[in-house]
Write a protein that binds this ligand. Sequence first.
Ligand code: MHF
Ligand code: KIV
Ligand code: MG
Length: 285
Amino acid sequence: MNTSGNPPAPNGNALYGGVTNRRVTVRDLAAAKERGERWPMLTAYDALTARVFDEAGIPVLLVGDSAANVVYGYDTTLPVTVDELVPLTAAVSRSTQRALVVADLPFGSYQASPQQALESASRFMKEGRAQAVKLEGGHAVAPQVELLVSAGVPVMAHLGLTPQSVNTLGGYRVQGRGEAAAGLLKDAKEMERAGAFSVVLECVPAELAAQVTEQLAIPTVGIGAGPSTDAQVLVWQDMAGLSPRVAKFVKTYANLNETLREAASAYADEVVGGTFPQERHSYTG
Ligand SMILES: Nc1nc(=O)c2c([nH]1)NC[C@@H]1CN(c3ccc(C(=O)N[C@@H](CCC(=O)O)C(=O)O)cc3)CN21
Ligand SMILES: CC(C)C(=O)C(=O)O
Ligand SMILES: [Mg+2]
């Protein structure tokens, strides 16, 4: 029973617990794992789509450094900067009411030192109004996670295929197969110990992701990690059929490429043919 006087949570997503007048918190996500509830996460980079996802009941929105690819047109995530991501984060925060907004720390903005990580995270929280940050890497970034958490910044870790390391990984490949599985599990435990509230597992075998999910108290978020993680994340342009190429782990739930192309082409035809605009689209003197 919803006795809050607020509209019911969209999708009956129990994560909201009937509370729809405040943002989701990292504590809500921990509680969801305790109750055995899965939750969805999507990326968002602008006001209007973030608003749609917020209203659809997506409880966590990630302003991913994948903006490098889907917003800025770079071929890897390496070139994107804090200066380029902070305004997108601010747009997503301003246009949402319920979703927890997580900001991805881009390449070069946290690896140098815990102090550098806190300076970068501060910009995302002060200027971007994010409620949490995400960073890539395991034991090597444990000191960064510790300082951020001690400063009051919730941190989401990211293991497996870490795209900011594409040049040392030798491409976008599945990680944690065979011998490498033990190291990934160890890193996941180290991120939990360091205080991370959650960990993304990208492109790892489903069996390994299931094992990590079982052995950690904090929620795991899978992308190409099989069905057993506590949560799932996808880049929204991938799941909505806007991206020209998608990885095997993507399911497309809409065909926005076709829809938008047809809309643009119909508009073009009507302008050329003189059937748009009509009187109802025009002003009189
Ligand atoms: N639009 C978009 N979607 C993403 O999921 C995404 C980005 N951009 N940018 C940052 C990273 C890069 N990601 C990628 C990119 C490529 C593959 C890929 O081609 N994977 C191969 C797996 C090859 C193997 O079997 O080892 C595939 O065919 O799925 C995976 C993740 C995920 N992230
Ligand atoms: C795919 C997710 C996990 C991400 O890191 C991003 O969008 O940048
Ligand atoms: Mg990212």
